[in-house]
Design a protein around this ligand. Structure first.
Ligand SMILES: *[C@@H]1O[C@H](CO)[C@@H](O)[C@H](O)[C@H]1NC(C)=O
Length: 365
């Protein structure tokens, strides 16, 4: 899985080339050691090592590289927080938020409450109809839901099961869709609702970044976040969880793969989330890694895992993209600014079918 050569990662950034040369040997040694450690575990994410990713660049491809990122210490004020700066621009989005109700639950833990989860709440998380932080310790500032699970990556599957159960039992009458995201996932909640608005939450459906291996219908990448319809989640909680032959009963395994196996067995359909141009909406990496051709080495696991023939370059990503992963806390604020504030003067934008005069055409039940 680990490539022998350094990919053309730092193409334009020649200033870093000498560092690359300097530490290439060290990195290779380090990666070999990592492969040795991780190959004993059946977590596919663990193979997500990219040479050059370890401390050489700020382009994370692996969860460990964001561990030390903490984000701003003081509150980041946006214009519009105090004044009605963009007043009226979100009329359609507000309307849709009442019709397509989404609960977002964030996989987090005590170590990340202040360094990561807090910034999800301050940025995209506030747009979900219900926002829950799933942890194992209380934190009044978030607040966090205290689940009866141990921390650590070996318990992610256990935490996922508890989290979905909690969300379903408490909120099944208040929302239509349930999204799981990590505390380093960034979600454009309006685009999530826009995509979901074409589907019926009473069908058993499951959306995300679709991967090919391990499960016949594929499974959704955990990091990019995935969404279950209310009916899909009902089946998971009422038919999947109590049945050892359907859902893995212990704590182990990769959370996203186990979820995929279980959902397939209980008849929850894995959906195609590409837009009409065939461009993806859910992404397991930061935008740069998908947008810049050859940024992600062609031998990297991603290209083997991805369910659909996927382009890199500007055709990679839908104009109504929903999620990106490995987003640092600082980058969350940068994305907030770029997506919700920066406007090129004189250019109005409209997604297909989202004419302000005919908002009702958006809902197709
Ligand atoms: C889903 O099912 C519920 C209960 O049967 C029903 O009241 C509701 O109208 C249905 N929603 C849609 C969008 O079909």
């Amino acid at each position: 899985m680990v490539q022998q050569r350094l990919p053309s990662f730092d193409g334009g950034r020649s200033g870093r080339r000498f560092i690359l040369t300097l530490v290439a040997g060290t990195v290779f040694g380090f990666l070999s050691a990592c492969l040795l450690i991780t190959s004993t575990r059946d977590v596919p994410h663990m193979f997500s090592w990219v040479p050059g990713g370890s401390g050489l660049s700020r382009d994370p491809h692996h969860y460990s590289e964001l561990e030390s990122e903490v984000g701003p210490e003081t509150e980041v004020k946006f214009h519009g927080d105090d004044e009605d700066f963009h007043k009226g621009e979100d009329r359609i989005a507000q309307d849709m938020a009442r019709k397509v109700r989404v609960l977002c639950w964030i996989m987090t833990g005590p170590k990340n409450h202040q360094s990561k989860a807090r910034h999800v709440k301050a940025t995209w998380g506030k747009r979900c109809n219900i926002l829950l932080f799933m942890s194992s310790a209380a934190d009044a500032s978030l607040p966090a839901v205290v689940l009866p699970v141990k921390e650590g990556r070996d318990n992610l599957w256990a935490k996922t099961k508890e989290a979905f159960k909690y969300a379903y039992e408490k909120y099944k009458d208040k929302v239509d869709w349930f999204m799981k995201a990590d505390d380093d996932t960034y979600v454009v909640v309006e685009n999530l609702r826009y995509m979901l608005s074409s589907y019926n939450p009473n069908s058993s459906l499951y959306f995300g970044c679709r991967f090919k291996p391990f499960v016949k219908q594929g499974y959704m990448s955990g990091g990019a976040g995935y969404v279950l319809s209310k009916e899909g989640l009902r089946k998971f909680v009422e038919e999947g969880l109590p049945d050892k032959t359907k859902c893995r009963p212990d704590n182990g395994g990769a959370e996203d793969v186990e979820m995929g196996k279980c959902l397939e067995k209980i008849g929850v359909r894995a959906m195609d989330t590409r837009d009409p141009h065939g461009r993806g909406r859910f992404f397991p990496f930061v935008p740069e890694h998908h947008l810049i051709p050859n940024h992600v080495d062609k031998n990297f696991w991603y290209w083997k895992y991805i369910y659909y023939d996927t382009k890199d370059g500007l055709n990679c990503c839908s104009d109504s993209a929903v999620s990106f992963h490995y987003v640092s806390p600082n980058m969350m604020y940068v994305l907030e600014y770029l997506i919700y504030h920066l406007r090129p003067y004189g250019i109005s934008h409209s997604l297909e079918r989202s004419s302000p005069d005919r908002p009702s055409t958006l809902i197709e039940y």
